[in-house]
Write a protein that binds this ligand. Structure first.
Ligand code: IPM
Ligand code: MN
Length: 353
């Protein structure tokens, strides 16, 4: 029997509730495929910060390194100033564990409402590979003349070739493994970002032409990409993009696929410890009401198994989510509108594995 050690960080607000359902479904799928998951819970999040002033200390990073994967609920607390927990926990884990890929599937399941008119599940099924360790998020830059009328601030989109290459390699490999349209679209802004955009363009072309000749290459400017995602989402298979562009277009992607109730993501270090999360946030006003949608957390659990190499168990979860939604019994993706409680949705999906 294969076994994995999973660090669980339920976090704030509704995070613990959705994590619980994710674990329920994980355990059901793993039992079927003879996999054992050993969980250890960590209480990092807003409450702990308020109590102790600690976000995610270096000692915790060292602890987390020992796990096979991290399963995260949600970070965000109404009584903590915006930025502290995001930077102190989420970005800290991403950078310290070098989770250089942010993987965000944009997939519309049956009976899920998309605001995109006349598009269905056959049209909306693509994946965004967002570079997750560089670019504007490195914080390079600075301020001179702070507070004066001559103040000048910079925040630099810094990329070296290696950082782009490792992301690009992952994106090509992923496109190959996914084996659908075999199309890797680079999204950037090379018409204006003539230095850093051009480096991305060259790495995309060079790597594709030499090592991935079976994969078709395309390029979209990021502004145009937001139009195409709405007008012709069927056009996409895999998108690879820089950190900030990926941040922006994946929120659009989440809406296109039916909202935050269903959107999941993975912060992946292909050679190290990855971290999976529903991307919807902590939704504090719904805490404890058993009404939040756990499907995004269940999707994150599925991505975790896939990344661990447990494809069969991952597919079983995806199939169960598909069947649960195809049944039409889950009425809406929004909190309080599902026609079922959080627990019932978890039970329902688990029962279909
Ligand atoms: C995300 C979030 C984070 C980001 C924030 C909370 C720092 O928006 O995971 O997309 O910008 O990456
Ligand atoms: Mn974001």
């Amino acid at each position: 029997m294969k076994s994995y050690n999973i660090a669980v960080m339920p976090g704030d607000g509704t995070g613990p509730e959705v994590c619980k359902e994710g674990i329920k479904v994980l355990d059901t799928a793993c039992a079927k495929f003879d996999i054992k998951l050993n969980y250890q819970e960590f209480d990092f999040g807003g409450d702990r910060y308020i109590r102790t002033g600690e976000t995610l200390p270096d000692s915790a990073i060292e602890e987390l390194r020992k796990f096979d994967s991290i399963y995260l609920g949600a970070i965000g607390h109404p009584d903590v100033k915006p930025g502290i927990l995001e930077v102190g926990i989420l970005l800290k884990a991403r950078f310290a564990l070098d989770q250089y890929i942010n993987l965000r599937p944009v997939k519309l399941y049956p009976n899920v409402y998309t605001p995109v008119k006349d598009k269905g599940p056959e049209d909306i099924d693509f994946v965004v590979v967002r570079e997750n360790s560089g670019g504007i998020y490195t914080g390079m830059g600075g301020v001179v003349g702070y507070g004066t009328e001559d103040e000048m601030a910079t925040q630099i989109m810094a990329y070296n070739r290696k950082t782009i290459e490792r992301c690009m390699r992952y994106a090509y490999e992923y496109t190959q493994k996914r084996n659908k349209k075999k199309l890797l679209t680079l999204v950037h802004k090379c018409n204006v970002m003539t230095h850093v955009g051009d480096l991305w363009v060259r790495v995309h072309e060079e790597m594709g032409n030499s090592d991935y000749q079976d994969i078709k290459q395309d390029y979209n400017h990021v502004d145009a990409c937001t139009m195409w995602m709405v007008k012709s989402p069927e056009f996409y298979d895999v998108i690879v993009t820089a950190n900030m562009f990926g941040d922006i277009i994946t929120d659009l992607g989440a809406m296109v696929q039916g909202g935050m109730g269903i959107a999941a993501g993975g912060n992946i270090n292909p050679e190290g410890v990855s971290m999976f999360e529903p991307i919807g946030g902590s939704a504090p006003k719904y805490t404890g009401q058993n009404c939040i949608n756990p499907l995004a957390a269940i999707g994150a659990a599925q991505m975790m198994l896939e990344t661990l190499g447990e494809d069969d168990a991952a597919k079983a979860i995806d199939g169960a989510v598909y069947d649960a939604l195809a049944s039409g019994k889950i009425k809406d993706m929004g909190a309080g509108k599902m026609g079922m409680t959080t627990t019932e949705v978890g039970d329902f999906v688990a029962s279909l594995i």
